[in-house]
Ligand binder design. Structure first.
Ligand code: ADE
Length: 337
């Protein structure tokens, strides 16, 4: 920890890249995945082969991109980054693939959003590193086969359930990232504070950790907002009181819930009597995309046990009611509307 706080030391822009671990030792948590990846990489290096294609899945913000980055550093290849929605046509994918060099890693984020036609071009590219291009139409159409250099794909998704099983089976390693425990999040906060030159008391870190939804990206975001708060109020040392005040101003509660999370619970309670209600209806009532409700809000609400997915739809649990101070017996008595 630096002796003196120098709040001006690091500019906020590009900070996420600054905080992102650049070597395995800096990557905290996900120990099993780390170990498995190190073995895959080590063995491929000995055999002088490209690593197997890897599929990483789990909720947003847990470090899938960071892991892809670490793998490419370890292999010494370039990381080429794209995402499912960015590859609209098979030609887009062909252009990406033909521009790869030996040892490159192609990182495809949000891979569940790849369209079917593109996915099918990817199959031979993954299996035999060939690209089949169809030239012409109808009976005179010909297939031109292009050999691609040895490369590997790392794909990431928050929705593995949306991937077809033929696609899933083409990955040599599939790993699920888990939410972090509080101790690991505190370590991440401590490391980030040091990089930022932020003098923060040890007992202030658990407060941020508890509000971070067990997610490093959120922990780092909250830490940066606390840093802003300390800067504006000219506090050279960040105490737990300062963290509490900053979180209160941000309307982040002690479990990390924000007004938008509570809004979803309240809409289900007030408009649909606590559920069951379908995802489409919830998204429309809250003015959010279905994907956002399902991928961003719901995983954490379910993890807290505040929301349940049932075959008939989403239901707010008793715990959820309790957190909002609403009596489940008087479901319609909250005066939200
Ligand atoms: N930043 C984001 N994820 C991280 C992790 N797992 N360890 C350290 N810093 C991180």
């Amino acid at each position: 920890m630096p002796e003196l706080t120098d709040l001006n030391k690091t500019k906020d822009s590009g900070l996420d890249l600054t905080l992102r671990p650049q070597k395995w030792d800096d990557y905290i948590g996900q120990e099993k995945i780390k170990r498995n990846l190190q073995i895959i990489i080590g063995a491929a290096k000995i055999r002088k082969d490209p690593i197997e294609h890897i599929l990483l899945y789990g909720p947003a913000g847990l470090g899938k991109t960071t892991l892809a980055n670490l793998i490419s550093v370890e292999i010494g290849g370039n990381l080429r980054t794209t995402s499912g929605p960015m590859i609209e046509k098979t030609g887009d994918l062909a252009s990406i693939l033909t521009n790869l060099n030996e040892g490159d890693i192609l990182f495809i984020d949000e891979v569940h959003r790849l369209n079917k036609a593109v996915e099918e071009v990817l199959y031979p590219a993954m299996e035999s590193r060939t690209l089949d291009i169809i030239i012409g139409k109808g009976a005179s159409a010909k297939i031109l086969q292009i050999q691609l250099p040895p490369f590997s794909i790392i794909a990431a998704t928050t929705r593995i359930d949306l991937l077809s099983s033929p696609f899933r089976s083409r990955f040599g390693g599939t790993f699920k990232l888990d939410f972090y425990n509080e101790g690991d999040i505190e370590k991440i906060i401590s490391r980030s504070a040091e990089i930022l030159g932020l003098n923060i008391n040890k007992n202030a870190m658990p407060l941020i950790a508890r509000s971070s939804r067990s997610t490093p990206r959120i922990a780092n975001r909250l830490l940066k907002r606390v840093r802003d708060f300390a800067q504006i109020y000219e506090k050279p040392i960040v105490t737990s009181d300062i963290v509490a005040s900053a979180l209160k101003l941000l309307e982040v509660d002690e479990l990390g819930l924000e007004p938008s999370d509570k809004h979803i619970l309240r809409v289900i309670i007030d408009k649909y009597n606590g559920g069951p209600v379908g995802l489409k209806t919830i998204a429309a009532s809250c003015g959010e995309e279905e994907e956002t409700v399902e991928g961003v809000y719901e995983p954490y609400l379910m993890r807290l046990g505040f929301l349940a997915r049932t075959p008939k739809g989403r239901v707010v649990t008793e715990l959820g009611y309790k957190h909002l101070n609403i009596n489940p017996q008087n479901k319609n008595q909250s005066n939200f509307f």
